[in-house]
Each structure stands twice: as structure tokens, then as C-alpha cells.
Write a protein that binds this ligand. Structure first.
Ligand code: ADP
Ligand code: ASP
Ligand code: MG
Length: 406
């Protein structure tokens, strides 16, 4: 007998029929002799629906009220699942974040987890019942409801698994595991039986939304065994592990993509010490995340400087940039930008020890006539920025070039 955490995402609890199916799966796991803590997301589409309601009232809703609003999504799904379990004769009780408590800091809409109390959950499990916990939400020091960022219920599940010392954290979703590329784009994408934590971290932060990046980080740091699998069919799924050192490592394990990107460029900016700081300082102060940065070789005291941000931050970043150009008296400099770019990345721990991976990537894109606008690399990944129109073509051709379907 082991204690397991099951997490069910939006699609897995997207209708009453799906909630009944989840209840059957939980019942089956109990019958096999395990104890379970269940964590659920809001029903699919609900968090988006609530967000648009807020935006019908104001462009800039306060973060505190957004959290009160968004947290209601998970309140619905926990209660419905607890009822479905009770209907099957299983003792079950639903819990909101503050009833656990699931303590976070007060940064609304992207709160950091501080502490998850295991006592209540263990007590419920100990009497043979199933706690159903609202993912994505927590409570801060003053008792206000917080949320931990979109897609965050994966992280809630991992934090809960760590708190109760679960044997495994099973992330049930709408695909059968982690694939070599988004299976919605690449028909031939293959499920990975195992994925290395480091690779998974790169994949998650570079667009493979199957796992929330912080969930991978948290599980890695705290040694929480994590598996991704389908709530629609039975299967082994994908084990996220750090035990891959002894296995043969593929050169490239996966291709990921992210559409949600934008690029800003300063043309003919004065090439003087402190330039990057002057340009990026105000952007950072405004809490806008800057990703790739490229500065050209200087010609006659001027250079071009480009960087990428999330598409949602594009206009704000452009305004700030135009302001810095004026403030610094960069009279010859012009600000341009493009908010229809995408980032495509190949990831693989095997890349560390092999040259030539980049060449294959660039050659593949060249053969498809796809222009690379920016490049960034780390030991285990290569990312390129391209025109968003070619993202699917790029992902498919790279998937073929690195023979990921075999
Ligand atoms: P949930 O609602 O269960 O949290 P998400 O929608 O957040 O599910 O994540 C699952 C989705 O992630 C899949 O439907 C799939 O389209 C997408 N995805 C993107 N890249 C990958 C990948 N490499 N492997 C598996 N799924 C991926
Ligand atoms: N319901 C939240 C969202 O849609 C959290 C999650 O699904 O993980 O982002
Ligand atoms: Mg998700």
C-alpha cells in the first residue's frame, strides 16, 4: 500500500461525465489498496471564462480580486468530485487552499508557496477517506486567497505530494504522457517513457505546457517522483526522473515551441558602456521578463540591440523603450518590433557531449526556407526565434530531422 497524489487537469474534469470517470479511476486505485490525495484544476475553459468576465469590467482588475475570482473555478470541481466519490460509497471531503492551509506569499496571481500543512490531509487519509484539494490556490499571511500562476495546479500537486511524503505524484492529463513534441501539432510525436528532470525543466519553460515549470523545479529539488499520464486511457505515462545518468541518452529528446513571444529592436543605438543596463533597467523595473538578448557588433559607435518578451508585455515594453531612448538622448536610434514571432527549441541532455546538433537544426530550417531571427543556446538546448507563421513547419521538420518518431 502506498500513499499517492493524483492530480486531474481541466479537461480531465471538464464535464460531469469526465468527473464521474475520474471518480471511477480514484475508486479503482483505492480498491487496489492505495491511499490517495486528489488535487484538481477548474473545469476546462473556466479560468479563461472568469478572466474574460473581469476584463469586461476593467482592463486592469486588481490582483487581489482576480485571485478571489479565479479561485472559484477550483471550488466547483473539488465539490463535484467529492460528491461523485461519495456516490460510490467512498468517504470524501473537499478542501480549499486555506482549509489545508496551503500557505503562500502575498504576490497575487503568481504567489510563491511557503508551506503546506500535511496534518489535515493525513488525518483524512488515515481514516480511509479521500481528500479532494483545490489546486492553483493558497492563502497568505493575512488570510487572503492567492493563486500561484496559470497552469499552477501541477505545482500544487507536487507541493502536496512533498508535504504528505507521497510515494508518487501522478499528473493525469489529456495526453498519455510527455511526448517528443506537442502531439497536437506532430502526429508522429512519440511518448517518452522517461524524461530527465533537467530536460523536462527546459521543455516546460520553453513551451511544453504539459507540466508547469515550477512543478518540475519543486519536484526536482525535493525528490518527489512525478509521472504524467492520461486520465482518458490506461498506460504507464512518462516518469520524470533524475536516474537517467545510467541510461543511453538521445542527442535530442524533444522539440518544443512557444508562440506567445514578441521581439523589440533598437536600431543604431549609441554603443557606450552601460547601454544594456539603460535599455533593460526600466523594463526589469516594470516586472517584464526579458528572454533572449542579442547585441550586434558595433559599427562607427552604434549598434543594434534586440530582445524578446512575452507577447502580452509587448506594448508596455515598447513604450518603456521609447521613453528610455528619449531620456538618454539616443537621437539616431529607432525602436522597432514584431509581435508575431515564435520560439522553437530542441532539447536533449545528450547534446552536451556532441557537436553538430546545431548544424543539423540550422540546415533543416534552411531547407524549409525558414529564416532564423535569433538564436540562444545552453548546454542542453538550442532555441531559435522565427516568424510565427512557420512554427508548425519548423517543429515537424525538426522532429523528422532528429528522427524523434522512432
Ligand atoms: P491539464 O489541463 O491537464 O493541466 P494542459 O493543457 O495544461 O493539461 O497540458 C496538456 C497539453 O500540453 C496537451 O494537451 C498537449 O497539447 C500540450 N503539450 C505541449 N507539448 C507537449 C509535449 N511535449 N508532450 C505532451 N503534451 C504537450
Ligand atoms: N485552473 C488554473 C488554470 O487554468 C490552474 C490549472 O489548470 O493548472 O490556469
Ligand atoms: Mg496544465
Amino acid at each position: 500500500m502506498s500513499l499517492l497524489v493524483h492530480k486531474y487537469g481541466g479537461t480531465s474534469v471538464g464535464s460531469i461525465e469526465r468527473i464521474e470517470a475520474v471518480a471511477d479511476r480514484v475508486a479503482g486505485t483505492l480498491a487496489a489498496g492505495h491511499q490517495i490525495v486528489v488535487v484538481v484544476s477548474a473545469m476546462s475553459g473556466e479560468t479563461n471564462r472568469l478572466t474574460s468576465l473581469a476584463h469586461e469590467i476593467t482592463e486592469r482588475p486588481s490582483s487581489r480580486e482576480m485571485d478571489v475570482l479565479l479561485a472559484s473555478g477550483e471550488q466547483v470541481s473539488i465539490a463535484l468530485l467529492a460528491m461523485a466519490l461519495q456516490k460510490r460509497g467512498i468517504d470524501s471531503q473537499s478542501f480549499l487552499g486555506d482549509q489545508i492551509p496551503f500557505k503562500t506569499d502575498s504576490s497575487h496571481e503568481r504567489a510563491r508557496i511557503e508551506f503546506v500543512a500535511p496534518n489535515k490531509l493525513l488525518e483524512v487519509v488515515g481514516r480511509g477517506a479521500v481528500p479532494v484539494v483545490a489546486g492553483f490556490q493558497g492563502v497568505d499571511d493575512v488570510g487572503d486567497v492567492t493563486t500561484i500562476g496559470r497552469g499552477g495546479s501541477d505545482t500544487s500537486a507536487v507541493a502536496i505530494a512533498h508535504a504528505v511524503d507521497a510515494a508518487e505524484c501522478l499528473i493525469y492529463t489529456d495526453v498519455a504522457g510527455v511526448y517528443t513534441a506537442d502531439p497536437r501539432i506532430v502526429d508522429k510525436a512519440a511518448r517518452l517513457a522517461y524524461v530527465d528532470f533537467e530536460e523536462m525543466l527546459e521543455m516546460a519553460s520553453l513551451g511544453a505546457k504539459v507540466l508547469h515549470t515550477r512543478a518540475v523545479e519543486y519536484a526536482h529539488k525535493n525528490n518527489v517522483p512525478m509521472r504524467v499520464l492520461s486520465s482518458f486511457e490506461d498506460g504507464e505515462g512518462t516518469l520524470v526522473t533524475s536516474e537517467m545518468e545510467h541510461m543511453e541518452k538521445p542527442l535530442v529528446s524533444a522539440v518544443t515551441h512557444e508562440r506567445d513571444e514578441a521581439k523589440l529592436t533598437l536600431l543604431r543605438v549609441n554603443d557606450v558602456p552601460g547601454i544594456a543596463w539603460k535599455i533593460l533597467g526600466p523594463i526589469g523595473d516594470a516586472d517584464i521578463m526579458v528572454d533572449m538578448i542579442v547585441q550586434n557588433v558595433s559599427v562607427e559607435g552604434h549598434t543594434d540591440f534586440s530582445f524578446t518578451v512575452k507577447r502580452a508585455d509587448y506594448l508596455r515594453a515598447k513604450d518603456l523603450l521609447e521613453q528610455s531612448v528619449r531620456d538618454n538622448g539616443f537621437n539616431e536610434c529607432t525602436v522597432t518590433g514584431d509581435d508575431s514571432i515564435a520560439k522553437v527549441t530542441i532539447v536533449g541532455v545528450g547534446m552536451r557531449s556532441h557537436a553538430g546538433v546545431a548544424t543539423t537544426m540550422f540546415e533543416t530550417l534552411a531547407n524549409e526556407n525558414i529564416n532564423i531571427q535569433m538564436i540562444s543556446t545552453s548546454e542542453i538546448k538550442i532555441s531559435v526565434v522565427i516568424d510565427e507563421r512557420y512554427v508548425e513547419l519548423a517543429v515537424r521538420s525538426l522532429h523528422d530531422a532528429f528522427e524523434l518518431d522512432t
